[in-house]
Design a protein. Structure first.
Length: 219
């Protein structure tokens, strides 16, 4: 992501969705890669539960005398596949996720938002700067990149991860016993209710904290 690119229009839309897409649209490939990797990661993590169950079944169903040789003869290819997923694929997914996050989005996208916000603010009138603290304006420009990047990363790394992980886990649990699946659904409902209850309060306090921080910096 090249942080110093010049878009056709430096002024972002007023709506939240338009504001986000104004910047995310300039780094589509990076976020698409993060979305794909973020979708594979929970599938691998949920697959670990399946592997544990398969290991128990394999050990329980070993014919004749139980030994390492018999285990390898009975389920060698499947064990190799499990080992490849855990040691190779899981490691590769974690490494690629860190690479895209720490080496592409954080240094590139964060600074792209900051640079374009700076370019937009620097075009304002003399009266605009006279009516506010310079440090307060600079802090908001800096926080724009941090907040936009953190929001997108939180959506992909947390919300997207949890959606796929929950659906996959629900499918695995439902395959064992539908009553267990009902418990998972109840947990999801309670979690959603708590999020709806507390997120507005968290957003309100975060906004107040950001305003207070920019005011202190400005003074």
């Amino acid at each position: 992501v090249y942080p110093f690119r010049e878009p056709a229009n430096l002024r972002p839309p007023a709506s939240v969705g338009g504001f986000l897409w104004h910047y995310v649209g300039q780094a589509k490939l990076a976020f698409f890669a993060m979305l794909i990797i973020g979708g594979i990661a929970p599938l691998v993590e949920a697959g670990l539960f399946y592997f544990v169950g398969r290991l128990v079944d394999i050990l329980d169903q070993l014919p004749g005398e139980r030994s390492w040789h018999m285990l390898w003869t009975t389920a060698g290819p499947e064990l190799l596949f499990m080992g490849a997923v855990v040691l190779v694929i899981r490691t590769a997914v974690v490494g690629l996720s860190a690479l895209v996050d720490e080496q592409t989005i954080t240094p590139g996208f964060y600074n792209l938002v900051r640079w374009q916000a700076h370019r937009h603010v620097s075009r304002q009138s003399y009266a605009f700067f006279q009516n506010d603290f310079a440090g307060r304006i600079a802090t908001k420009v800096w926080q724009a990149g941090q907040a936009t990047g953190d929001l997108m990363e939180s959506f992909i790394e947390v919300i997207w991860f949890m959606i796929i992980y929950t659906v996959t886990t629900l499918a695995l649990v439902a395959g064992l016993d539908l009553r267990l699946a009902v418990l998972v659904v109840v947990w999801i409902a309670v979690f959603g209710w708590l999020a709806k209850l507390y997120l507005p309060q968290i957003r309100k306090h975060a906004e107040a904290t950001a305003e207070a921080g920019s005011m202190i910096t400005g003074r």
